[in-house]
Write a protein that binds this ligand. Structure first.
Ligand code: PLP
Length: 437
């Protein structure tokens, strides 16, 4: 038995939840989609989160990924304090921004040059703009179920698409997107290189970019898929953009492109790099990145990628501290070992309770999909049973384990003890959802 005993919601937490629901309708969120799991976060430390009523959770949500080195990592806190003592945001270059760009170039296969944004949405958007400027073409091809942030072109046929259309027709994922935007987006099935390559070839004259999450959500690339995309885009001279906002620095210092061994022309990164401080990166080869060079403002052929907080001194100092932590020996080996233990434990708990389950992803970020179909693309992931998905997340929450309903994010500070406790909770959660099917 796991020994988590919930402290009842305090009057103060309830009052703030009520106010949030009223005044912050877009931000009033719960981890499991059930109001039972609504909390107000008081603080995070290491692998744990504490709510305002005093409950402590082992955190696999990690702020949707960025807290890869854990909450309040001492090196991060020290770097942020040290930086903030000297000022925060200047619009002009600062030492940490230059040193961090250097470190990114050293570690990231595609990176010859770097530009900063503040959010992952910025970085993916800047990458598409650079690619379009180079190609002098407007259309982009993306993959069904892939997420590239909140900009209008990106918000098409992502992981919230209830009714996919026939390829390559996109489905907008929000109201308020100009109808014309859909005309510039083509959608292909992830992991189907024949289909994707023939769409790219047929539309090559109109395409400015092909953008893909190398691991799409938690769906891993089939052998040959990323390589095939690389081949067809190189042959047709269409920039290939990897959106590594989730996978950047998470799968290794060389990110997913190093891990899978395929180098794109441009990459968007964010999240893990800056431990919760606003920072994103677009990086890539010199020719493409030079479109952003400030002097080109005077000559034309210029791509604007500015932002008031982009490359601010505090976030960049934190980024440097994070990379230093990740460069320590054995960090990724330990991370992968813990993630592997956890994912194997979910699989066996489900098997023991006759729950259909496919583990998708890589050990540092994975998801149990409750379906008997192999999960290889967005449509196969839609076969997962939502009752089991949300039920599992809720049952874990009730046992002091916090996860998104989208994935388990593992940090480098989850301990073996955290994993042991989580494995016990997973066993009980699997029994519970099996009993309620
Ligand atoms: C792959 C990917 N790209 C882009 C984004 C957007 O990043 P942000 O929320 O920082 O704008 C996300 C966010 O979850 C993401 O997962």
């Amino acid at each position: 038995m796991t020994n988590f005993e919930r402290i009842p919601r305090s009057a103060q937490e309830q009052e703030l939840l009520d106010r949030a629901a009223h005044i912050l309708p877009a931000s009033a969120r719960t981890p499991t989609m059930s109001l039972d799991s609504a909390i107000i976060v008081k603080e995070g430390r290491g692998s744990k989160l504490r709510d305002l009523s005093g409950n402590e959770y082992i955190d696999y949500l990690l702020g949707s990924g960025p807290m890869f080195v854990g909450h309040c990592h001492p090196a991060v806190v020290a770097a942020a304090h040290e930086a903030i003592d000297h000022g925060s945001s200047y619009l002009l270059p600062n030492e940490a921004a230059v040193l961090l760009a250097d470190a990114i170039v050293k570690e990231t296969p595609c990176a010859e040059r770097v530009a900063y944004g503040s959010t992952g949405s910025d970085a993916a958007f800047f990458a598409l703009r650079l690619a379009r400027a180079y190609r002098k073409r407007d259309k982009i091809l993306k993959f069904e179920g892939g997420y590239h942030g909140q900009t209008d072109h990106a918000m098409m046929s992502n992981q919230w698409t209830k009714q996919p259309a026939d390829y390559p027709t996109p489905v907008p994922n929000s109201e308020g997107i100009p109808a014309a935007t859909a005309g510039d987006v083509l959608v292909a099935p992830y992991n189907d290189i024949d289909r994707a390559a023939s769409l790219i070839e047929a539309n090559a004259d109109d395409l400015g970019a092909v953008i893909v999450e190398p691991m799409q959500r938690t769906v891993t690339p089939r052998e040959g898929f990323l390589e095939g995309l690389r081949e067809v885009t190189r042959r047709l001279d269409i920039p290939l953009v990897f959106d590594e906002v989730v996978t950047g620095f998470r799968f290794g210092l060389g990110s997913a492109q190093g891990y899978y061994g395929v180098t794109p022309d441009l990459t968007a990164m964010g999240k893990s790099l800056s431990a919760g401080h606003p920072l994103s990166v677009v990086c890539g080869n010199d020719e493409l990145m030079q479109y952003g060079a400030g002097v080109r403002r005077l000559t034309g052929d210029y791509v604007a990628m500015t932002g008031t907080f982009s490359g601010n001194a505090v976030s960049c100092a934190v980024g440097l501290a994070v990379i230093k932590e990740l460069q320590k020996e054995g960090v990724y080996e330990a991370l992968f070992a813990r993630g592997r233990r956890l994912s194997e434990a979910v699989a066996s708990a489900c098997e023991k309770n006759d729950i259909p389950c496919q583990i998708a992803g890589e050990p540092p970020a994975f998801e149990p999909w409750f379906t008997d179909q192999p999960v290889v693309d967005y449509r196969s992931s839609m076969t997962a049973d939502p009752k089991l998905t949300y039920g599992f997340a809720q049952a874990l929450f009730n046992r002091g384990i916090l996860k998104a309903h989208e994935k388990f994010f593992i940090s480098i500070v989850h301990s073996d003890e955290d994993i042991d406790v989580t494995i016990d909770a997973m066993g009980e959660a699997a029994e519970e959802i099996a009993a309620n099917r």
